[in-house]
Design a protein around this ligand. Structure first.
Ligand code: GUN
Length: 296
């Protein structure tokens, strides 16, 4: 039987409804409007799509939002200066610097300069450390989006064997730490795999829940998964397609035609994890505006 589709758009819409209600309450009770600053250095077609979706999301929520665009040759000192200014801006509760950055700018210096209480990406070392030790913090958007997709689609990871393929700081590593927590919606047994594995297929076949996040187009095939597994595809890759209008199409890290014949449930690309990332970014911005995350 073909797999059921996990509808990321629908689940993201539920979360956005909750964020909108929370925003209205924050405005009514405390006269605070959540504010998000988005910084883009240089030009990148993938980032442009993200900027548009983020802008639309902020508008729907009733947030204040600004986008700062800097040229690709911006010196690091100028970017750090902008971040410091936004750290002190009382109208801004969340700061997101789009990655990757041009090579003259050191990513680690940028991420540590953002006030960790405004770090809606959850990439500051304080937030990374607090996540690993299970303390309250702002958590990375895409991994939390994956967790919410699982829980809200009736595939709670508790007690299951989750295999993550891909060890990035943005997805794989934080997701490992989220799903390992002894908490509702987590409590999984997690295996961290990656493209350097000697026999990747042997590991992926062990998964009750398989997360593909290695950034290689359509590389998880149907014969690499256990029948009945739940498969979450975090990848977004451009592949050439002469039949497409613009000469390319977007595809995930999962080979959908073969995997959907074996899996119980799978996320589509687009329309799976992508909309969840934006929804969690909005929720993180609301949480940052509410404050009190770091009281312990
Ligand atoms: N580039 C790709 N994904 C992300 C993300 O989640 N946050 C930021 N800041 N940059 C990214």
């Amino acid at each position: 039987m073909p797999a059921t589709l996990i509808d990321g758009k629908k689940i993201a819409a539920q979360i956005k409804q909750e964020v909108k209600a929370g925003t209205e309450k924050l405005k009514a009770d405390r006269r605070i409007t959540p504010g998000l600053a988005y910084i883009l250095v240089g030009e990148n077609p993938a980032s442009e799509a993200y900027v548009r979706m983020k802008g639309k999301g902020c508008e729907e929520m009733g947030f204040y939002s600004i986008t700062e665009r800097l040229p690709a040759n911006t010196p690091e000192s100028q970017l750090l200066e902008l971040i410091r200014r936004l750290n002190h801006d009382r109208l801004i509760h969340g700061i997101l610097v789009q990655l990757p950055l041009p090579e003259q700018i050191k990513e680690s210096r940028v991420l540590t300069t953002i006030d960790y209480r405004k770090d809606v990406d959850g990439f500051h070392p304080v937030n990374v450390g607090r996540l690993v030790t299970g303390q309250e913090c702002l958590r990375p958007c895409t991994p939390v989006g994956v967790q919410e997709l699982l829980v809200r689609s009736g595939n709670d990871p508790g007690g299951k064997h989750v295999v993550i393929v891909g060890r990035s700081n943005i997805v794989g590593k934080p997701l490992l730490n989220i799903l390992l927590q002894k908490q509702p919606g987590a409590n999984a047994v997690v295996t961290m795999a990656h493209t350097g594995a000697r026999d990747l297929s042997r590991l992926t076949k062990l998964a009750d829940i398989l997360i593909a996040a290695m950034g290689r187009a359509e590389s998880i095939k149907g014969d690499m998964i256990k029948p009945g597994a739940v498969v979450i595809d975090v990848g977004i890759n451009r592949v050439e397609d002469p039949t497409a209008k613009n000469g390319y199409r977007l595809t995930g890290d999962v080979h959908f035609p073969s995997v959907s014949q074996v899996a119980a449930a799978v996320t589509p690309v687009p329309g799976g994890v992508g909309p969840m990332t934006i929804a969690i970014l909005l929720r993180n911005t609301l949480r940052a505006a509410q404050g009190n995350i770091y009281s312990d």
